[in-house]
Write a protein that binds this ligand. Sequence first.
Ligand code: NAD
Length: 476
Amino acid sequence: MQSTEEAIRSVVQEVLSQLNNRGGYGSASSTSQRDGDWGVFSCVDQAVAAANDAQKQLLNSTLEDRAKALEIVRQICDTQAEELGRMELEETKIGRLDHKIEKLHLIKSIPGMEFMKTEAVSGDNGVSLTEYAPFGVIGAITPVTHSLPTLACNFINMVASGNTLVVNPHPGGAKIACEGVRRFNQAIYQATGLQNLVTILGTPTLESADAIFNHRGVPLLCVTGGPGVARAALAAKKRAIVAGPGNPPVVVDETADLENAAKSIIIGAAYDNNLLCIGEKEVFAVDSIFNELMSAMGRHGGYQLNDQQVAQLTSLAFSPPTEPGGHAVLNRDLIGKDASVLAGMIGVSVPAGTQLLYGETDTNNPFVPEEQMMPFVPFIRCRNADHGIELAKEFEHGFRHTSMIHSRNIETITKMGRIMDTTLFVQNGPCGAALGNGGEGYGSFSIATPTGEGVTNPMTFTRFRRSTTVGHFRVI
Ligand code: NAD
C-alpha cells in the first residue's frame, strides 16, 4: 500500500508531467500574460488582496492539499533546476551556474509541515492545547543573490504554517522570481484548486516595498537583504523578521588542520562567487602557520595575488569613502564575477579551475571591513588566536551573523564562540555546513540575525494559540 507521502508525490509528478507535455508554463517573456495571471501583479493592493483570499482558501482546505503545494515547489525546483538556474544567472549576471543549480536542488530539504508542533498539557483541571497558528499574509522581500531559492524557501516555510505570501523581489532578479511564482501557482492550482498561495510584484520598486511594509493586509514581514532594507524593516511599524547582512570572519590558529582549513575556506568563499551572506569574507590566521596556510590555499583551487595585484584589484573594487570616516564604496559591477574575470581585470591570467583569489592585506584594506560579495578573500596575519578573535569580533561589526574557526583547541573554539555571539558558528568546516550542506541540521535561505529567529523554519512564521478545556478531556 502507498503511504500518504508517496501518494502525494505521485499526484504531483503526474501534474507536473501533464503541464510539461502541454508545452509547459506561461514564460516570463510571454506577451499573453495578463495582470494577475498566476499571481504576478502590478499593483500592491491587488497582490495583497489575492494573497488574502488565498490564505482563506488555504485554511479551509485539507492538510493533504497543503502538503501537495509544498511538494510541487520542491519538485519544480529540483526537476527544473538546470533551466531555472540558467535563467537566474542570465538575468542577474552574478554568481556561478553550478551553484545556482545546486541551490535549487537544496530546496527539497527545506523543512515543511513536519516541523509544525501541537503541544498538550493534561492535569486535574483538564487539558490545554497549544497550536501554532498562521499570521495571514506575509510580506517577503528577497535578494538578488538568491532570488528564486529565497522565494521558494520562504514559500515552503510560510505555507507549511498556513500563511500565504506577497513578494517584492529585488528588481535585478524579478523575472526569475515571477517565472517561479507562475510555475508554482499554475501547478498548485492544477493539483489542488488553490490559487495564488504566493503573489508577486512584477515590477518591484522601493515604493512597492514600502507599500507592503505599511499595508494593513500584511501583518508580518520577512526581509532578506543588505543593510538598507534591514534598517527599513526594523523601522517598520509592524513585526519584521530580518535576515540581514553579514561579513563572516574566519580564524585559523596554530593547531588547525591546514589542508582542511584551506579546502573549507575555498568551498565556502567560492560558493556562487562569494554571494552567500554566510560566506567566508576575511581570514585572520596566526603568524606561525600563516605561510603554510597560504600555500595550502593554492592546492585547493585558490590563486594568490601579490601585494601589487591586491592593490590593483582593491582600487577597482572600491572607491574611497564619500565623507570622512565613511565606508569605502563597493563597485557593484564586480559583485559575483568569476575569479578568472576579476583576475583578467588586473591583467592576471589564472589556471583553469581557479575558484578564488586571495592575498595578504592589513586591516586597512576595504576588503576586510566591507562585505565584498566577490571571490577575493583577504588574509590578515595575527600574533596569536586571541588577536585573531579580537579582529574577527571587530570586523564582524556586531551583525551577529556568522563566524568560522579552524582549530583543534577546544578552549580557543569555546572562547571564540562566546565572544563572537554569532547566529551561526562553524568549527573546522565551510560556512554551508551550518545550513545542513555538509553539516547537521536543516537549511534556509533567510537567516534572521538582528531580530534573533535564526535559521528560519515553519515555526518562525506562527503565532502561539492556547485552547483550554476546564475539567474535561483528561483520559488517564
Ligand atoms: P539589497 O539590500 O540590495 O536588496 C535586498 C532586497 O531589499 C531587494 O528586494 C531590494 O529591492 C530591497 N530593498 C533594498 N533597499 C530597500 C529599502 N530601503 N526599502 C525597501 N526595500 C529595499 O541586497 P542584495 O544585494 O539583493 O542581497 C545581498 C545582501 O543581502 C547582502 O548584504 C547579504 O548579506 C544579505 N543577505 C542576507 C541573508 C540572510 O539570510 N541573512 C540572505 C541573503 C542575503
